[in-house]
Design a protein around this ligand. Sequence first.
Ligand code: VAH
Length: 311
Amino acid sequence: PILILGACGQIGTELTFELRSKFGGENVIASDIREGGENLMQAGPFELLDATNYEAIEDVIMHYEIEEVYLMAAMLSATAEKFPMRAWNLNMNSLFNVLNLAKEGKIGKIFWPSSIAVFGPNTPKENTPQNTVMEPSTVYGISKQAGERWCEYYFKKFGVDVRSVRYPGLISWKTMPGGGTTDYAVEIYHAAIESGRYTCFLEKNTKLPMMFMDDAVKATISLMESPSEKLGTRSSYNLGSMSFCPEELAKSIQKHIPEFEISYKPDFRQQIADTWPKSIDDSLARQDWNWSPEFDLDKTTSSMLENLKKG
Ligand code: VAH
């Protein structure tokens, strides 16, 4: 069986649905600090679980005989700047809990998400390499860089089978955005349908690496199913699919909703976005486990508007 920590989050929700359809609802235990939507709660077992509580996770793992854990609980970049110590505690202690349970032989395989937030102001911004200068200047990015170092350490020192990708900004419709700097790219679709206008908290030419959630879920499961010997890195894989700026995203929406209007009112999240890459070199993921994305911007926009219009 599989345990998902943070199953009610943006990625956790989608991973839970996909893994349940692949392996059967009863084999995927969803957990989070709070209950989720009824379709998530009814499709398989759910446990209220604090990912920073080692004993609580251990109890769930022993009770359900868990073999794999997806640790999707975290505080994202914008919120982490407001509550640095709470973010560090959640993002790091949840990771230590699952790494240590695996070191004790109680978990067979771990997925842990990193992010393009590991890169900082002096990282090359175009086609950012897998291995390069990384001096993240955000709490969230620092926690992801530290997390990557610990994942590689536990693999090398204790043989823990932990796998990770550096997600770009993710776009999805099943959950509302939650505290991310890239979440303008989710909010904008809701606004386009609800009011026909959106005030963007990033400048119009802020180009960032982005990905539609279906591609992110496909990549995650593909990495988890790859033979261990094929994996060339145990810190975290660069993962890319497309890059765009708010102005380009607005134009893509206007192909469907011509009267849609966007205005710009940058806030503190602009300073976070300015430290991140514009595009990613993900050739190692393509080489090691045949990564290849399916959704470009226009395909993403069609899918987002179609699914959000269904309400
Ligand atoms: C955030 N969506 O904005 C997350 C992600 C690269 C962006 O880490 O914080």
